[in-house]
Design a protein around this ligand. Structure first.
Ligand SMILES: [Zn+2]
Length: 387
């Protein structure tokens, strides 16, 4: 039993013809283009004899196998960022669909149903998969927020569907360089990084850039620089997979001839261990508060999502059976498997991304790597079905 690479590549190029104009692929969440891609998916599944369904939020499903049992869910998302690539999301949906078509063609007897899913709006905060998993934030002006995307709270209720499934498996491009740099075929995700973010304000004393001597001045920008150098030092001391980023910075009053009186910036850290992430931030805060006038608040504090042992075992066995070089690794990026992992056994298969480029028209994964990924997915699904 083998997947059909040509059919897969054809399906991938068909769905990627659905895009707004401009470079790369543009199928933003809740756009006509996302709608059309879901329409394409439903039609393609019907043509191959799968039973299709779309919930009222717009997530699309296609099933084979016996109806009564709780089933296996495989897939990803079809939306993209603006001017994104051809692989992020779409490849996971196509690989899942090819897996199911291959099972059908080979007359594999199924102990439980297998459903291919295409989630909505992954790129703007895992919206479709969070609705499906009943993990969407319904507080505050929820109805208003839903109206903004053409949905109602009733649509959201209708789309809670996780209870019908025991396992979720997603193939995705790595969007990093770990697999490529280590000559690996497959990454088996053991956790999706947790993320913690601080908003930092560091103070100084605003003043004339020409009249206040270097000894007398208190420059908030220089203070911020010292804090950032220390931040990098602390994160690096923890080694991989921990990463830290200072992605925003605002200087007040932001004038070339005024000594800055205040600087605001954010730092975020990601990794697979909550305690260590908290320790990194605690060291940073301790340093900042010891030597500088600061105001620091936590803005995001998200726990890591752990993939299930059974799923990791199934993918590992699939890699062994297909003779692939693999390693367990953390995902620094967030994925639909995150909310799903809080409701069922979840797992992820990563394939290499050329130069780690993603969310970019130059995003690329080779045909060989795509075939490898699909072969591992098929093997893993067979193992999950025989559990
Ligand atoms: Zn994605």
């Amino acid at each position: 039993m083998k997947i059909n690479l040509n059919r897969m590549m054809d399906m991938l190029s068909e769905v990627n013809q659905i895009t707004d104009e401009g470079e790369g692929v543009t199928r933003p969440a809740f756009s006509d283009f996302e709608d059309q891609a879901h329409g394409w998916f439903i039609n393609k599944c019907k043509a191959h004899g799968l039973e299709t369904y779309q919930d009222r939020f717009g997530n699309s499903f296609a099933t084979i196998g016996p109806g009564e049992e709780k089933g296996l869910l495989i897939g990803s998302h079809l939306d993209t960022v603006n001017n994104g690539g051809e692989y992020d999301g779409a490849l996971g949906v196509i690989t899942a669909l090819e897996t199911v078509i291959t099972l059908l063609e080979n007359g594999v007897e199924l102990s439980k149903p297998v459903t291919v899913v295409a989630f909505r709006a992954e790129e703007i905060g895992l919206i479709g998969s969070s609705v499906f998993s009943d993990l969407i934030d319904k507080s505050g002006n929820f109805a208003e927020r839903m109206a903004g995307i053409g949905r109602t709270p009733e649509d959201v209720e209708n789309a809670i569907g996780y209870k019908d499934f025991t396992d979720y498996l997603e193939l995705h491009i790595e969007q990093g360089v770990y697999l490529e740099n280590n000559a690996l075929d497959i990454g088996i995700v053991n956790a999706i990084a947790s993320m913690h973010q601080l908003n930092v304000t560091v103070f100084g004393e605003a003043g004339h850039a020409g009249t206040i001597g270097m000894r007398e001045r208190d420059d908030a920008m220089m203070n911020a620089s010292k804090l950032l150098v220390e931040f990098e030092k602390i994160v690096k001391s923890y080694g991989p997979p921990f990463v830290g980023t200072a992605g925003t910075l605002e200087v007040f009053p932001n004038s070339s001839n005024v000594i800055p009186g205040k600087v605001e910036f954010t730092v975020e850290v990601r990794g697979d261990d909550m305690d260590k992430l908290h320790a990194i931030l605690d060291s940073f805060i301790e340093y900042a508060e010891r030597d500088f006038k600061t105001n620091i608040t936590k803005s995001i504090d998200k726990a890591p999502a752990h993939m299930s042992d059974g799923m990791i075992d199934a993918i590992t066995a699939a890699c062994e059976a297909t003779d692939m070089k693999y390693e367990l690794m953390m995902s620094g990026a967030n994925h639909d498997a995150n909310p799903l992992s809080r409701r069922m056994n979840a797992g992820m298969i990563f394939i290499p991304s050329k130069d780690g480029i993603s969310h970019n028209p130059r995003e690329f994964s080779s045909k060989e790597d795509i075939e490898t990924g699909a072969a591992v997915m098929l093997e893993a699904v067979k193992r999950l079905l025989s559990k």
